[in-house]
Design a protein around this ligand. Structure first.
Ligand SMILES: NC(=O)c1ccc[n+]([C@@H]2O[C@H](COP(=O)([O-])OP(=O)(O)OC[C@H]3O[C@@H](n4cnc5c(N)ncnc54)[C@H](O)[C@@H]3O)[C@@H](O)[C@H]2O)c1
Ligand SMILES: O=C(O)CC[C@@H](O)C(=O)O
Length: 390
């Protein structure tokens, strides 16, 4: 029986992928085998020794101490693309809010509760509606920063709305490049995207290299009257610089999924409570993906969509399987195989892959492995952890 600790509300559809005959699931456990979470800020010291894997039902893993997990040989999984459509739809709503007088118009109508003559109200609204006039999105330029799962969907949707689209992504994957229509103009640097766009939308992860990236310097490059949308992460944008740019009129509007107190009450800001991925569909998709990945890792040692371990899948064969994580340095695999050979255990199949400082091995064996042999493997210099899977 495996124990899975949930640190956020995880959709039932996802939890159903961890069947009761093999899994106990609870929001409190002293020694879980795996953790499933969404935006819970996980501290390294709160990850019990027993934890073998962490599944993020979502895209961003900045709430997980990934470096500490790697050091401990714990793969962290996420759900790439599983909530991209939900974010895309909310960004389209954000573009509509940024181009038309929708929110002030609604607020104005709601302020007329004291009126009781429908004819008078209609007359007043026809007179006042000019205050809520906007502009069309068609023909305007959208700058998309980060052209991954979400950014590429938004680029496509904006083209369909008749917008020009320019994009910037210095680390674009080959798959993401294939998804992009050729009419998305790739910009050489972020400054030129800021200089060209009427609307700018951020869809990149928060990393050391992107924290505070949207700062006073960059904002001074933007077209006066530009509208900035942040549905990525709070830390990417320097809020003080945004407020200064709004005050100067360099930015016309800031629409964000990451409110902070200093933004509240401004008419040129639209604040949402981190609901980019809050749809039934996205929550189900993310939870199903994360749960299936945890299940395959715990039962077979396979790794799919990890952010810190190599992806690696090996069909089961032989009597049992060893899953070994080690530091990515020479000779460790040789030592592992030497110990197995010495013990006269036949290797039926195996796969070894590395990613940055970590290497991971799946070794299917013809015979059983004693606890002494497991201890010998675990004690090898450079080996981080060893798991025997039957
Ligand atoms: N508001 C929400 O609820 C919500 C929901 C999902 C994702 N997100 C955030 O959006 C981010 C993007 O999600 P995704 O699913 O598209 O991820 P993704 O990994 O598919 O795409 C991210 C893209 O950003 C690019 N990138 C990295 N560094 C960059 C830089 N310096 N400049 C420009 N681009 C850069 C990458 O190359 C990649 O193509 C997530 O990391 C997460 O923080 C927020
Ligand atoms: O779980 C959520 O609700 C938000 C997820 C989102 O921020 C993500 O990075 O995928």
């Amino acid at each position: 029986m495996y124990k899975v600790l949930t640190l956020n509300q995880i959709s039932t559809k996802g939890l159903e992928r961890l069947p009761r005959e093999s899994y106990e699931i609870a929001s409190e456990f002293s020694s879980p085998d795996a953790i499933l979470l969404r935006s819970h800020k996980l501290q390294a010291e709160d990850i019990a020794k027993s934890v073998k894997a962490i599944g993020r039902a979502g895209a961003g893993t900045n709430n997980i101490p990934v470096g500490a997990c790697t050091e401990r040989g714990i793969p962290v999984f996420n759900s790439p693309g599983a909530n991209a459509n939900a974010v895309k739809e909310l960004v389209i709503a954000g573009l509509a809010l940024g181009s038309r007088g929708i929110l002030p118009g609604i607020a104005y109508v709601n302020s007329l509760g004291h009126m009781n003559d429908a004819g008078e109200m209609a007359k007043l609204l026809e007179k006042e509606k000019k205050r809520f006039k906007g502009n069309e999105l068609a023909g305007r330029t959208l700058g998309v920063v980060g052209l991954g799962a979400i950014g590429s969907m938004i680029a496509n949707a904006a083209l369909n709305l008749g917008m020009e689209v320019v994009g910037y992504d210095p680390a674009l994957s080959v798959d993401a490049a294939w998804r992009l229509p050729s009419s998305v103009k790739k910009m050489e640097n972020i400054n030129s995207l800021f200089a060209k766009a009427d609307y700018i939308t951020l869809h990149l992860p928060v990393l050391d290299s992107t924290r505070g990236m949207v700062n006073a310097d960059l904002l001074s490059a933007c077209k006066p009257g530009c509208c900035l949308l942040n549905f990525a992460r709070e830390e990417i944008v320097n809020v003080d610089a945004v407020i200064a740019a709004l005050d100067k009129g360099q930015l016309r509007q800031f629409i964000t999924d990451f409110p902070v107190p200093s933004l509240i009450g401004r008419e040129d800001v639209v604040l949402m409570p981190h609901i980019g991925a809050s749809t039934d569909e996205a929550e189900d998709n993310c939870a199903v993906m994360a749960a299936e990945q945890i299940d395959d890792f715990l039962k077979n040692g396979n790794i799919k969509n990890s952010v810190n371990f190599p992806n690696l899948q090996l069909e089961r064969s032989g009597h049992c399987r060893l899953a070994i994580a080690n530091h990515n340095v020479p000779k460790i695999l040789g030592s592992i195989l030497g110990i197995l050979a010495e013990a006269n255990i036949n290797i039926v199949d195996m796969l070894n892959k590395s990613r940055n400082e970590i290497a991971y091995n799946l070794i299917d064996l013809g015979g059983d492995v004693s606890s002494d042999l497991l201890a010998e493997l675990a004690a090898l210099e450079g080996v981080i952890n060893v798991r025997l899977i039957h």
